[in-house]
Ligand binder design. Structure first.
Ligand SMILES: CC(C)(COP(=O)(O)OP(=O)(O)OC[C@H]1O[C@@H](n2cnc3c(N)ncnc32)[C@H](O)[C@@H]1OP(=O)(O)O)[C@@H](O)C(=O)NCCC(=O)NCCS
Length: 178
């Protein structure tokens, strides 16, 4: 079985043929994008294709994994973005788009697998993430995976009817949950 394999999920390389249609559907689902940065404007096929093409062409700074169950169902995406090799830092993001899979531990296991890969395979030392303070699910998931809250930017972005705070989180080699 290809990819990074855990107890419930595997992270496999994102593939346009296998994973694109789900991405387009999920990014236009207002429940899924309730607390994401993208998703307030319609995400067109062209825009999503551009994102996929940018992530998937050979490059040194962007990695996009598909999150799949161990029996092969595609349920989300997990990304390592803006890899800064000089400083050993990157920014991560997660989406479980298949809503029936929320709150079953898939997101936090996918984050743990991603962290271990980033540190042990890529040799990075710190991963950053951010979430709206209202995004309880994301904050709990990230903390369960070893991220710690290190900052708050008050009223940073307009999202769903209000200016909302962004929470900055980091995980490093000491705080990760193996
Ligand atoms: C955020 C997200 C990735 C979490 O994934 P998940 O698979 O549902 O998370 P987990 O099941 O691993 O949850 C980890 C913990 O958070 C809790 N949790 C998850 N969603 C929650 C919610 N909406 N409200 C309260 N707690 C929540 C879980 O119960 C679990 O806690 P426990 O171990 O004490 O039971 C997923 O809900 C999602 O993709 N949401 C939409 C997109 C999004 O907001 N992405 C993040 C952008 S920053």
């Amino acid at each position: 079985m290809e990819g990074l394999i855990g107890q419930k999920v595997r992270l496999s390389p994102a593939d346009k043929e296998k994973h694109f249609e789900n991405a387009l559907r999920w990014m236009n689902d207002p429940e899924v994008t309730r607390w994401t940065m993208m998703g307030d404007m319609p995400i067109t096929r062209v825009a999503e294709e551009e994102f996929f093409d940018r992530m998937l062409k050979p490059n040194d700074t962007e990695i996009l994994f598909a999150i799949e169950t161990l029996d092969g169902q595609h349920i989300g995406f997990s990304g390592i973005h803006q890899i800064d090799w000089r400083h050993g830092v990157a920014t991560t993001g997660s989406i479980i788009g298949e809503k029936s899979y929320w709150r079953h531990g898939f997101g936090s296991e996918a984050a743990r697998l991603r962290t271990n890969y980033a540190f042990d395979v890529l040799g990075l030392r710190m991963l950053l993430s951010s979430a709206f303070s209202d995004n309880t699910g994301s904050l709990k998931m990230l903390k369960k995976a070893g991220y710690a809250e290190v900052g708050r930017m008050p009223k940073r972005y307009w999202k769903r009817g209000a200016y909302r705070d962004m929470i900055l989180l980091v995980v490093d080699r000491d705080s990760r949950v193996p």
